[in-house]
Design a binder for this molecule. Sequence first.
Ligand code: HEM
Ligand SMILES: *[C@@H]1O[C@H](CO)[C@@H](O)[C@H](O)[C@H]1NC(C)=O
Ligand SMILES: *[C@@H]1O[C@H](CO)[C@@H](O)[C@H](O)[C@H]1NC(C)=O
Ligand SMILES: *[C@@H]1O[C@H](CO)[C@@H](O)[C@H](O)[C@H]1NC(C)=O
Ligand SMILES: CC(=O)N[C@H]1CO[C@H](CO)[C@@H](O)[C@@H]1O
Length: 322
Amino acid sequence: MQMKVRFLVFFFAIPLVLADLQVGFYKSTCPQAESIVQQVVQAEFCRDRSITAALLRMHFHDCFVRGCDASILIDSRSEKASEKDAGPNQTVRGFEVIDNAKKRLEAACPSTVSCADIITLATRDAVALAGGPNYTSATGRRDGLISDPEQVLLPGPAISVTGALQFFTAKGMALDDMVTLLGAHSVGVAHCFFFDYRLSNYEGSGAPDPSMDPALIAKLNMTCARNAGATAFLDQSTSFAMDNHFFKQILLRKGVLQIDQELALDNTSARFVSGFASNEVVFHQSFAKAMIKLGSVQVLVGNAGEIRKNCRAFNAPKMKSK
Ligand code: HEM
Ligand SMILES: *[C@@H]1O[C@H](CO)[C@@H](O)[C@H](O)[C@H]1NC(C)=O
Ligand SMILES: *[C@@H]1O[C@H](CO)[C@@H](O)[C@H](O)[C@H]1NC(C)=O
Ligand SMILES: *[C@@H]1O[C@H](CO)[C@@H](O)[C@H](O)[C@H]1NC(C)=O
Ligand SMILES: CC(=O)N[C@H]1CO[C@H](CO)[C@@H](O)[C@@H]1O
């Protein structure tokens, strides 16, 4: 009996190991790693609550291009463009928080904690601070050696649910994961150029997008008339909280991005939307699970890649002799 139980435990434990990432990977090599990241994020959050949105989007963009390998952090140089030069990356922000955490981690435990893990841990902490679930993140990611703007293929805001799903299934995720992760649009903003085509003459109809609440059309129209770089909150109800109001809003036709509104209208995704809108606990549980999945997409582990010393640049090639 004892043997059988042990065998079963061992057997079932396998799928829980996420590609060799492990909870508490830095326990012996840098015990203060997670608390250092948490302190930096907490300090930033007190200064500016929008850091949660910035980190969530950074984490998503990192993991969907070459896996969660911090390729998004590399600065471009005059002779070599990086992911930051790609169109969709133009408005990614929050890089200073990662730099700040890295600086303190290098002082405490040099060349030990990867930039990819810093993004993952910082995002986890920022989500919890914004009232989202406080989940456990496995660590042990390594930093990638490539950052290429040509490889940034991310869905745009006018994509359909079916179209967007192809991006997610390519990363091993299902429709429920996608609807859940788009719940990250519970925080943060979008620039007018990502949604203003919905406000008038939508698809040449001479009228605004009929799927948007007319009061929201009028409001956004005023916001965007003010200046070209204007932004609107993705969740017009509770714009800084990782709660389930985003799902309630799209049921009321108050989705700012077309893809967000589509989630409520498409009959494949609509049932997940109503489920999350009516039960925040279910949304939070699903969000924790989906974020852990997101953070394990195509990770580099073991001896792959490197541990960058500066998150914005690859390490210098190793010298052959000392
Ligand atoms: C089909 C998938 C997705 C599309 C088409 C999409 C599109 C967009 C667009 C167009 C913006 C506005 C950016 C700006 O104006 O600066 C945005 C913002 C944002 N996205 Fe997504 N997104 C998707 C999935 C996700 C996922 C999976 C996450 C995270 C798990 C995420 C998190 C965010 C956050 C937090 C913001 C606000 C950023 C800020 O305030 O700086 N998005 N997204
Ligand atoms: C999340 O949980 C960790 C570990 O229990 C704790 O240290 C941290 O303060 C929690 N974060 C929030 C925002 O509650
Ligand atoms: C939005 O503003 C434009 C002008 O910038 C105007 O033509 C249009 O009628 C407005 N639409 C609504 C719904 O207010
Ligand atoms: C979903 O909508 C399509 C048409 O857009 C329809 O053919 C299909 O039967 C619907 N499925 C369900 C489950 O309602
Ligand atoms: C944050 C960042 O580096 N954004 C860059 C994205 O790419 C454009 C060029 O397309 C740069 O101008 C931005 O600085």
